[in-house]
Every structure is written in structure tokens, then in C-alpha cells.
Design a protein around this ligand. Structure first.
Ligand code: NDP
Length: 494
């Protein structure tokens, strides 16, 4: 999903090393201006003010970053795991030390409520570094004894320079989800945050210097996807790519990577079903499903945007969503009490409201919401839609905003067919007290994750990724460490 903001060039005066308002690329341990001298505006979605200028990097900047990462690779890959682990832990500690500042930056840059940045984004960034810092201390390698003839053992070696491309919805959370395992495994990296949310990545770069990270291990290049992002994806010296973003962009990244036989992990879009059976505990199912629909303004790939409620409880679920959506506090993301902040951009508001209009045309009833909020900034009301068929576009395409549909169903077979009817398969939630049904439905749903009687309960050890057009590959736990390493078999004749 590519929602771009209008960009203007800004001047490029001399930069202090710890730039705040005019960001620079972070290459080989230093802040450097883009070779072109061009900058882009970074806009606060809640105020529509320009809060920073960021480098409009191109292939030349990516070349420099890759060269720095290559130069640093040998020494970093030979650094004992214990030392790498200590550095990652130090980064986690520094993020924790600067918790409040990072939460504010994330909120101002993305438009999300600061309460959410405090509860979700920044804690998860800390957890990502801590998790992989310690995971590498617990890795074992396999061995295969071929009778009394040979002993095979498996080396898992880092690949070199990892290209890491992240989206704007969970900026530091997802960037660190890639950086931490990549470098923990002994790779170096070139990371690109979304040009719409560069602030916490820039602050992370400052913290890397403070942590004493060796030069060139982590490089951060800012800029647009089709230029800077595409240059990373197509770079000959980047053998491994981890990309999170929209499905259409993922296809471009895969196409760029294929002729170079890169290892690729793609975490893509979703259109996730929330299935509420009549026997569910509605006291818990409704508020949690409401959160699943509207957290982060619905801008989480795992949001449950298609609710299916069994007929006996359909009216109750609709009523719960109606009152719940109406009671959510929309406002200044920096206010502690705000629950719904701003969408990422004006273009994204248009896209989301375009789907509301489409829902009307497709025969849907806008139960609540459906409008832009009358205030400065890119705010859209939480919107609940009923009366649509499972195969219409609004239920098939990813909206990635505060819009949820609620559709009735009669039985298990019907709802499984509804759930599996889209081209996506990222996650799903099933609400029921019937344990056997829960297991049956979980096995039948085509998605990478199934939550039973919960949502977004994440254990970093579990495999994470999408089925169908929601992605390729799995990350998380040892899956991430396997992805960022190459297995080599060594066969010793006995
Ligand atoms: P995009 O696909 O537009 O962008 C993702 C990243 O890719 C950005 O850094 C973007 O840069 C960059 N990019 C854009 N074009 C190219 C290109 N041709 N080559 C290389 N990189 C490129 O996604 P959004 O940022 O709009 O994020 C929202 C999407 O991400 C949703 O579809 C959502 O479902 C998905 N997502 C998936 C997750 C998962 O785990 N499966 C988690 C979170 C989000 P720039 O923004 O600077 O243009």
C-alpha cells in the first residue's frame, strides 16, 4: 500500500552531528548528507506541520551504506556472540533510558496516541533487542551421524549485508524487529525506515553511537521507496532482504531480488477475520475485537477488519461495536487520554474515505463514523459498517484504517469459507468456548497466526508471517536467526 505525501525540497545547510530537525543518513557511524543534497518534508499528521527535513537518498547513498556495511562485516561476524549480545543489550537499555522521548517522537511522526507508543511501540523495540541479544546465546547446531562412516555438522553463518525495509505504521517496532536479529546473527545491515516516519530511526542512530556500536554495522538510509528502497532491494552486494509493507510493493521487491537469487522475507498486507461464535464470552470478545479493529487507527497489519458474528449474537456484537466505536476518544495524539490519533497522511485519509464511499455503493450501512473529523490533521472517525457481502471489495481489499465491517454467519463451514475468501492470510481471531471447535477452525483458516479468544498476544519465539499474499517466509525466534544465516553442512569422514 503506497500512500505518499507531497514532498518539497529543502535547503541543506551545515549539519550538527546530532541533528534533530534536519535528519541525515547514518553511514559508517556518521551522519552524512544525501549525495544529491535533496531533502523531503516530514509532516506531523496531527498538525499537518513540517517537523523535519529528511534525506531524499538515491542509489549513490545506498552504495555508500552498502560499502560501509561490507567493510564492517568481517570483523562483526567474527565478534564473539557474547560481545554482540552485550552491545544489543546496551542498545535496549538506551532505548529504555530515552523511552519517553522516543514515544513522543513516534507519536508526532506517525499520529498515533502517545499512550499506544508507550504501551506497544517502544516496549516492543526494547524487547526486540533484548530477545535477540539473548537468543544468540542459546543456539545449538545440528549434527547428523551417518552410521560409523561420517559425522555431519551444520554451521549457520551470517550472509553479509542485510537490506531491511520497514513501513510507517509501527516504525521503531518493525525496524528493530529486523535490525536486532540481523546483527545478532553476525550480519551488518542497511536499513530504510519509511520516509513518512524517520524520527525514531534517526534517534536510534544517535543511540548506536552512544552504545559504542562499531562503525558500519548498522547503516540507516532515509528516502523514498521507489528510489532508496528499490536501490537496496536491487543491490548486488545485499544478499538478504527483509521487507515489511504492502503486498504490491512486496511484489516489486521480490521481482528485484529474484534475478540475484537473494534470500527474501516478505511480511505483507492483511484483511484479517475476527470470528465470534454464539457461545463466545462476549464481555471479552467485543472489547478485544474493538481494539483489534481500531488500535493505531486500524493501521496495524494484524488488525481484525472483518468481523463475522454468528447470527444469534450478531445484533449484540453490532451494538457493542456501535457504542464502543462512539466512545473512543479522538484527539491530540500527545494527550494521555487520546485513543484514536491521526492517520498517516492526507492521501491515506482519501483512500480510507474512498472505501467508505465504496461501501455505500456496495449496499453497506454505515452504522457509525464514516467521516473526516472536523479539526486540523488527518483524523477519521472509527467506522462500523454492516450489510455487506463477504465477496464485495470492501471485505476483500486492505483498507488499513479505522474501518470495520460486521457480517452475520450461520455455521462453522460458512464462516471458514468467508474467512478464507480473500487473497490475504496474515492473522485471524476466533472467539468460542468450544475447545474442539477452536482447534478445528484454527486448522482450517488460511493464515499465519490464529488467535483463540485473544488478539495480538505475541510471544517473540513463535514463527510469524503470512499465508497466501500476506507474505513469504517466517520471522520470529529461531526462524529469524535461521533466515539471517546460511546453513552449511560439514561432512567429516570417520
Ligand atoms: P509500502 O509497501 O508502501 O512501504 C513499505 C516500505 O517499502 C517503505 O519503507 C517504503 O518506502 C518502501 N518501498 C516502497 N516502494 C518500494 C520499492 N519499489 N522498493 C523497495 N522499497 C519500497 O507500505 P506502507 O509503508 O504503506 O505500510 C503499510 C503496509 O504494510 C500495509 O499493507 C500493511 O499491511 C503492511 N504491513 C505488514 C506487516 C506484516 O508484518 N505483515 C506489518 C506492518 C505493515 P516509503 O514509505 O519511504 O515510500
Amino acid at each position: 500500500m503506497g500512500t505518499s505525501r507531497s514532498k518539497t525540497a529543502a535547503d541543506a545547510p551545515e549539519m550538527p552531528r546530532f541533528a534533530r530537525h534536519k535528519l541525515q543518513n547514518f553511514i559508517n557511524g556518521e551522519f552524512v548528507a544525501p549525495k544529491s543534497g535533496r531533502y523531503l518534508d516530514d509532516i506531523n499528521p496531527a498538525t499537518e506541520e513540517v517537523i523535519a527535513a529528511i534525506p531524499d537518498s538515491d542509489a549513490g547513498d545506498v552504495d555508500a551504506a552498502v560499502a560501509a556495511a561490507r567493510a564492517a562485516f568481517r570483523s562483526w561476524s567474527l565478534t564473539p556472540a557474547d560481545n554482540r549480545s552485550r552491545l544489543l543489550l546496551k542498545i535496549a537499555d538506551l532505548i529504555e533510558k530515552n523511552f519517553e522521548e522516543l514515544a513522543r517522537l513516534e507519536s508526532a511522526d506517525n499520529g498515533k496516541p502517545i499512550s499506544l507508543a508507550r504501551r506497544l511501540d517502544i516496549p516492543r523495540a526494547i524487547a526486540n533487542f533484548r530477545f535477540f541479544a539473548t537468543a544468540i546465546l542459546h543456539q545449538a547446531s545440528e549434527a547428523h551421524l551417518t552410521d560409523s562412516t561420517a559425522l555431519n555438522y551444520t554451521l549457520r553463518q551470517p550472509l553479509g549485508v542485510a537490506g531491511l525495509i520497514a513501513p510507517w505504521n509501527l516504525p521503531l517496532y518493525l525496524l528493530s524487529w529486523k535490525i536486532a536479529p540481523a546483527i545478532a546473527a553476525g550480519n551488518t545491515c542497511v536499513a530504510k525506515p519509511s520516509e513518512m516516519t524517520p524520527m525514531t530511526a534517526n534517534r536510534l542512530a544517535e543511540l548506536l553511537i552512544e552504545a559504542g556500536m562499531p562503525q558500519g554495522v548498522i547503516n540507516i538510509v532515509h528516502g523514498l521507496g521507489p528510489t532508496a528502497g528499490a536501490a537496496i532491494a536491487a543491490h548486488r552486494d545485499v544478499p538478504v532482504l527483509s521487507f515489511t509493507g504492502g503486498t504490491a510493493t512486496g511484489a516489486k521487491v521480490a521481482a528485484a531480488a529474484a534475478p540475484l537469487f537473494k534470500k527474501v522475507s516478505l511480511e505483507l498486507g492483511g484483511k484479517n477475520p475476527t470470528i465470534i461464535f454464539a457461545d463466545a464470552d462476549l464481555e471479552e470478545a467485543i472489547p478485544t475485537s474493538l481494539r483489534a479493529a481500531f488500535w493505531n487507527q486500524g493501521e496495524i497489519c494484524l488488525c481484525g477488519s472483518r468481523v463475522f458474528a454468528q447470527r444469534p449474537v450478531f445484533d449484540k456484537v453490532v451494538e457493542g461495536f456501535f457504542h464502543g466505536a462512539k466512545s473512543l476518544r479522538i484527539g491530540d495524539p500527545l494527550d494521555d487520554g487520546t485513543q484514536i490519533g491521526a492517520l498517516i497522511s492526507a492521501a491515506h485519509v482519501d483512500k480510507v474515505l474512498g472505501y467508505v464511499e465504496l461501501a455505500r455503493k456496495e449496499g453497506g450501512k454505515i452504522f457509525t463514523g464514516g467521516h473526516r473529523v472536523e479539526r486540523r490533521g488527518y483524523f477519521v472517525e472509527p467506522t462500523v459498517i454492516t450489510g455487506l457481502q463477504s465477496d464485495c471489495r470492501v471485505l476483500q481489499e486492505e483498507i488499513f484504517g479505522p474501518v470495520v465491517t460486521i457480517t452475520p454467519f450461520d455455521d462453522e463451514a460458512e464462516v471458514i469459507a468467508f474467512a478464507n475468501s480473500t487473497r490475504y492470510g496474515l492473522s485471524s481471531s476466533v472467539w468460542t468456548r468450544d475447545l474442539q471447535r477452536a482447534h478445528r477452525v484454527a486448522a482450517a483458516i488460511e493464515s499465519g497466526t490464529v488467535w483463540i479468544n485473544c488478539w495480538l498476544l505475541r510471544d517473540l519465539r513463535v514463527p510469524f508471517g503470512g499465508a497466501k499474499e500476506s507474505g513469504v517466509g517466517r520471522e520470529g525466534g529461531f526462524d529469524s536467526l535461521e533466515f539471517f544465516t546460511e546453513a552449511k553442512n560439514v561432512c567429516v569422514k570417520l
